[in-house]
Design a protein around this ligand. Structure first.
Ligand SMILES: Cc1ncc(COP(=O)(O)O)c(C=O)c1O
Length: 402
């Protein structure tokens, strides 16, 4: 997919119109939540309506839909459906891993110093509960190469390290970690490895078989644009018997009739394919996943949206010429994706996120930091370059007015 497709405006307008995107605003925050495709919204409401008409009778269909969604998620991530469980979010997925393993005092967990705050809290809880030591691998900002990430972890491993934990893609700078190399590193040292894939699925290709990790927690409600509250946990068959159950219900033994733990619309994994160029959108975002569905294996994996979700972000490059803005994301092509952070140096005063929203109708999260304010910009296939241009112009105007 090259420049020609990138500039095919009619095509991308059509893609955009398939989402419930509010045209009165600019939404640059898929890093928090993705915008729902219309067809998923309609399915979701339709299935809820159907369920509520006769909850007991109709829940069976929902359970079957859940099973088929799990299979499609397995195809999409190159994992067996048996090794995947739906959970409401990645926080629960990682808590299930950390709280489900057996720990002895003095065991170590090695995590990066760029984990998400909620996950740091989960680790701190393990420290308090079982006397586990939490060590941090310091990742450079920005890193020059994937090897630097592997080296940062390598130098933090000791003979007591039992688990490595790392974001697949960091929340702040959008750094894409070398997950296969990190898995290999963990296993060379007889440690387990878990990835926090809150941003991974849908932004970056994911082949769990090839990566070979022990655990991968994902959020489908960000880059995969699934309904809010849809995440998953992958646990490799090697480690499943080592896990203690946090919640026990139906499905404990194979002989007991299995019931789904979470009622989930069967629509979930249907939604992330965008049409190929020249194909009608309705064909790709259709209800029936056919042989060319976005969830069929490798060759048809959604290279197009992965790449396309980054295009609008290229507009931030002009900020390189502004000496009051630093760009924080990695520049290495294997490590940068659809999230970037702009650091407004020495920006004092109130959080400019309010002005961005109230005056310019732009949604992008802003954090006040010691040395300025940072804005995280995350784009998807429904964003346009002009929207990122608008953000940059707004920042320049706000700067001139201050
Ligand atoms: C890297 C990372 N991990 C975990 C989370 C937590 O996601 P959730 O609250 O959906 O569990 C986020 C949320 O943005 C995140 O960016």
């Amino acid at each position: 997919m090259g420049r020609e497709a990138e500039s095919d405006e009619t095509y991308w307008e059509d893609v955009r119109s398939r989402f419930l995107y509010d045209e009165d605003y600019v939404y640059l925050n898929t890093g928090s939540w993705g915008v729902l495709p219309r067809i998923v919204y309609e399915d979701l409401i339709g299935e809820l309506r159907e369920l509520e008409r006769n909850p007991k009778r109709n829940c069976g269909a929902l359970a079957r839909g859940l099973e088929s969604a799990r299979k499609r998620l397995g195809t999409f991530t190159c994992a067996s459906a048996n090794d995947l469980a739906f959970v409401p979010n990645v926080t629960l997925a990682i808590n299930t891993v950390v709280n489900g393993l057996d720990w002895n005092p003095g065991d170590e967990i090695l995590a990066s110093d760029q984990e998400y705050g909620a996950i740091d809290n989960c680790l701190d809880n393990a420290r308090q509960r079982w006397g586990v030591s939490i060590r941090q691998a310091k990742l450079p900002i920005p890193p020059d190469s994937p090897d630097q990430i592997v080296d940062a972890f390598k130098s933090g491993i000791t003979s007591r390290t039992r688990l490595l934990l790392c974001n697949h893609i960091t929340t702040r700078t959008g750094l894409i970690a070398p997950i296969k190399a990190l898995s290999d590193l963990a296993h060379e040292h007889d440690a387990l490895i878990a990835f926090d894939g809150a941003h991974g699925i849908g932004m970056s290709p994911l082949d769990l078989e090839e990566v070979g990790c022990d655990f991968y927690g994902g959020n489908s409600h960000k880059w995969l644009c699934a309904p809010k509250g849809v995440g998953f946990l992958y646990a490799s068959p090697r480690v499943q018997t080592r896990m203690k159950h946090l919640v026990v219900s139906w499905g404990r033994t194979p002989r007991v009739r299995t019931k789904p733990a979470v009622a989930l619309p069967s629509t979930v994994p249907r939604i992330c394919g965008a049409p190929r160029r020249g194909e009608r959108c309705a064909g790709r975002l259709s209800r029936r996943p056919g042989p060319r569905s976005p969830f069929s294996r490798r060759s048809d994996r959604i290279g197009l949206p992965h790449e396309a979700s980054r295009w609008p972000l290229t507009s931030v490059r002009v900020c390189k010429d502004l000496d009051w803005i630093d760009l924080l994301p990695p520049t290495h092509p294997e490590m940068s994706g659809s999230i970037t952070t702009l650091m407004l140096k020495a920006q004092s005063g109130p959080n400019i996120g309010h002005a961005l929203f109230n005056r310019y109708r732009i949604t992008a999260p802003v954090s006040c930091e010691v040395d300025g304010q940072s804005i995280r910009v995350s784009t998807h296939i429904y964003n346009k370059r002009e929207e990122v241009d608008r953000l940059v112009e707004a920042l320049i105007e706000l700067r001139q007015a201050s």
